[in-house]
Design a protein. Structure first.
Ligand code: SF4
Length: 235
């Protein structure tokens, strides 16, 4: 049932927004993980700038091993929570090096989704959303990372009834139809930013109004402005 509903939602979203473009070349898993850490609790422009600063400062991730936390923090300050994110980045790079002797997460390619989720979320500063972004955007696994938009929209539509994004991720994890992870993730974020906003959702023009079970559907007039925003597709 949930699988069928997810399929239906995906189809309706594609009818309105199209099939989201994907990067021809996927980033390596470590770059994706560091980029996603930077994207936590900030906007796309700032996190993308912070990522570019980090790459400029440390053209090879090995260089982070001998860097002081403050050097990393200065490079990424624009993304906010600089101290916290610098520690998480240093911790991830050090962990990988100590585990494998090289600064690369390519060994994850051989692992199953669950193993990867368990391993990455055991690291400080890496939550389920961050780990699932590595699965989707770097390893091309069929998962739907759940941020605040995906969590809110899926609950309003009535596909899940959950209290937190990580629970939403787990709820749909096993039921996600093959091959739709990137599509539904990207288009639900678009839906959440353009129509299903936290307050005053623009239900009148929403592509899902016919199936949505949200009790407080409103009839506000829509004036959505589409924008190319998917930072994680540009890492
Ligand atoms: S109909 Fe309204 S509440 Fe339902 S998904 Fe669309 S914008 Fe959100």
């Amino acid at each position: 049932m949930l699988k069928t509903d997810l399929k239906k939602v995906n189809r309706l979203l594609i009818t309105r927004f199209g099939i989201p473009e994907r990067n021809f070349k996927m980033p390596d898993p470590l770059s994706m993980l560091l980029g996603t850490i930077l994207s936590q609790n900030t906007n796309d422009n700032n996190s993308f700038q912070a990522y570019k600063n980090l790459v400029n400062k440390f053209p090879k991730w090995d260089l982070i091993l001998s860097a002081k936390d403050l050097e990393i923090e200065k490079a990424i300050r624009v993304a906010g929570l600089g101290n916290q994110k610098a520690k998480a980045i240093k911790n991830v790079v050090t962990y990988v090096f100590e585990k494998k002797g090289i600064v690369s997460l390519d060994y994850l390619r051989e692992k199953k989704n669950e193993e990867i989720l368990d391993e990455l979320t055991s690291l400080d500063g890496v939550g389920v959303k961050t780990a699932s972004c590595v699965l989707l955007f770097s390893l091309d696994r069929n998962v739907c990372p759940v941020d605040t938009h995906v969590h809110r929209t899926l609950n309003r539509i009535g596909l899940v009834k959950t209290s937190a994004p990580d629970k939403t991720f787990r709820e749909i994890y096993q039921s996600l139809p093959d091959g739709i992870g990137h599509q539904i993730h990207t288009n639900l974020i678009k839906l959440g930013r353009m129509y299903c906003k936290p307050t005053n959702p623009v239900c009148k023009s929403c592509p899902l109004i016919s199936i949505c079970k949200f009790e407080s559907k409103t009839n506000l007039k829509a004036n959505p402005h589409e924008k190319n925003f998917m930072l994680l597709d540009h890492i």
